[in-house]
Write a protein that binds this ligand. Structure first.
Ligand code: HEM
Length: 240
C-alpha cells in the first residue's frame, strides 16, 4: 500500500458517487467493500496504470542491477572494471525511472484529475522520493567523475563513498516498501487479457525498459576496460 488513496480506501466505505463505474476509479484496497474488488483495481485510469507499471518494471530491472553492483563492492580492487561497467550501465534505466516518476510528479502537481485521483505516495515515501532521487544522482555522478579523474581524485572518491552511504539508507526503505508492488505491477502486463488491457502502451513501455537495459549494457561494455591510471592503481594495490 504505497498511495494515500489506497490507505484512505482501506478504512472507509466508498462514497455513493463512486459505486458506479468511473474512468478513474482506483483502489485495490476496499477489501470486503465489494465482491468486485479485482474489477475495481482494473478500472484505474489506463494512463495512470501504465505510468505505474513503467515505474515498477524499471524498478525491478534496477533492483537486479543494483544487487550486481553491490556484489562488486566486496573486494572492489579485483572487481573495479565490473563496478565501473555496471555503474555506467545503471545510468539509462535510472534516467528512464526518473523520467517516469517526474512525469507522474508533474501530472499530479499540474492537477491532472486522473493523477490526483490516484493520489500521492504515502507520507514517508513521498518525503523520501526526493532523497532517493538526489542521492542516486549524487552517487552516479561522483562515481563517473572519480572514474574520469583517476585514483588521485581523493576528494571525489570520498564524496562517492559518502553519497553511497546516504543513498543506501534511502534506497533500502524504497526497495522494502516497493518490491512487492513493483513485482505485481510488472506481472500485470503478462497476466490476463483484462489485466493487460488495464494499462495503455504495453509494447512501448516494454520496449523502453528493454531499450534502456540494452543501452546500459552497451555503455558498460564500451568502458569495461579500465583507463590506464586505474589499471595501474589496481596493480599497485596488489589486486592483480
Ligand atoms: C535506483 C534508483 C531509484 C530511483 C532514483 C527511484 C525513484 C523513485 C521515485 C522518485 C518514486 C516516486 C516516489 C514513491 O512513490 O516512492 C518511485 C516510486 C516507485 N519505485 Fe523507485 N527508484 C529507484 C529504484 C527502485 C527500485 C530498485 C525498485 C524496486 C523495488 C523501485 C520501485 C518503485 C515502485 C514500485 C514505485 C511506486 C510506483 C507506483 O505506485 O506508481 N524503485 N521511485
Amino acid at each position: 500500500m504505497t498511495n494515500q488513496r489506497d490507505a484512505g480506501r482501506m478504512s472507509g466505505p466508498v462514497p455513493p458517487a463512486r459505486r458506479g463505474p468511473s474512468p478513474v476509479l482506483q483502489g485495490p484496497s476496499r477489501a470486503g467493500a465489494s465482491p468486485g474488488r479485482g474489477k475495481a483495481r482494473l478500472r484505474r485510469d489506463r494512463g495512470v496504470e501504465a505510468n505505474a507499471r513503467l515505474i515498477g518494471a524499471t524498478g525491478l530491472v534496477l533492483l537486479i542491477m543494483l544487487f550486481a553492483e553491490g556484489v562488486t563492492i566486496v573486494g572492489i580492487g579485483s572487481h573495479l572494471s565490473w563496478h565501473v561497467a555496471i555503474g555506467l550501465a545503471l545510468i539509462p534505466p535510472v534516467a528512464l525511472k526518473l523520467g517516469a516518476t517526474s512525469w507522474r510528479f508533474a501530472r499530479y502537481y499540474l492537477h491532472d484529475a486522473r493523477y490526483r485521483e490516484a493520489g500521492p505516495p504515502v507520507p514517508l515515501l513521498r518525503a523520501l522520493g526526493p532523497v532517493v532521487v538526489v542521492t542516486t544522482v549524487a552517487v552516479l555522478t561522483t562515481g563517473v567523475l572519480a572514474w574520469r579523474e583517476g585514483p588521485d581524485a581523493h576528494g571525489m572518491i570520498t564524496l562517492h563513498k559518502l553519497s553511497f552511504v546516504a543513498w543506501f539508507a534511502a534506497m533500502a526503505v524504497h526497495v522494502l516498501a516497493h518490491t512487492l508492488r513493483a513485482t505485481r505491477l510488472t506481472l500485470a502486463d503478462f497476466g490476463t487479457r483484462r489485466q493487460r488491457a488495464a494499462a495503455v502502451y504495453g509494447p512501448l513501455r516494454q520496449g523502453l525498459v528493454a531499450g534502456s537495459l540494452v543501452a546500459g549494457v552497451a555503455l558498460g561494455a564500451v568502458y569495461f576496460h579500465l583507463p590506464a591510471d586505474w589499471a595501474a592503481w589496481t596493480h599497485r594495490v596488489g589486486f592483480h
